[in-house]
Ligand binder design. Sequence first.
Ligand SMILES: NC(=O)c1ccc[n+]([C@@H]2O[C@H](COP(=O)([O-])OP(=O)(O)OC[C@H]3O[C@@H](n4cnc5c(N)ncnc54)[C@H](OP(=O)(O)O)[C@@H]3O)[C@@H](O)[C@H]2O)c1
Length: 232
Amino acid sequence: MTSPVRLALLGCGTVGSEVVRLLHEQSADLAARIGAPLEIAGIAVRRVGRDRGDLPVDPGLFTTDPLGLIKRDDVDVVVEVVGGIEPARSWLVEALRAGKSVVTANKALLAEDGAALHDAAAEGGADLYYEASVAGAIPLLRPLRESLHGDRINRVTGIVNGTTNFILSAMDATGAGFAEALEEATELGYAEADPTADVEGFDAAAKAAILASLAFHTRVARPTCTGRASPR
Ligand SMILES: NC(=O)c1ccc[n+]([C@@H]2O[C@H](COP(=O)([O-])OP(=O)(O)OC[C@H]3O[C@@H](n4cnc5c(N)ncnc54)[C@H](OP(=O)(O)O)[C@@H]3O)[C@@H](O)[C@H]2O)c1
């Protein structure tokens, strides 16, 4: 029997709990495709005692010590779905430098300081994947990184923020005002309780920085408060 690939999952909120569910529901299929079973070695969260409903996972896997989990010898890959800049950056730099590959959905961190992660990955000889950080359901980042790597890209266009897309479409279609459309987006679960990142454009800016970095082979950090993107 091939040894399992052991995952440290950092975060078990909206995204992390679905990662757990999919790993559980699709374990046989994933093992067949990967050639080894995928196992969760531990899950770092803020509140171990939080009610996580019917999540199909051993409660004994939860910990509040992400660094301790990352450093364990039986952890091969680190999956980060916590979000924010710190402490996520320190955890991922630690993992990558130690040669543990990282999968992250953290667009804010990639846009703010993707360079720190790429440098740590190069130092540790580890892989850094972040397909889910921009348009997760669309094969976009990997084709930019790999298939189109030798091509010259002149322009990248698209709608990258689903919440504002919903709000603008609703305003256009029904004549609703912004506040009304935002309320509807919140009721339907498209907008988060605090919609600042979406409606102020921070989410779209982070995604644009990640896309521009890949498409134009440079390092673009998210816009500063002056609204100007800064090359890194
Ligand atoms: N939500 C989406 O639709 C979506 C889509 C694409 C990408 N993303 C990205 O995915 C990431 C996660 O988003 P989310 O919506 O799943 O967030 P979330 O629901 O707020 O979950 C965050 C998780 O991180 C844990 N956490 C927070 N601070 C921590 C700390 N200091 N130490 C250990 N654990 C900590 C929380 O623990 P507790 O459970 O104990 O509170 C929770 O499990 C973000 O980078 C986000 O930008 C999200």
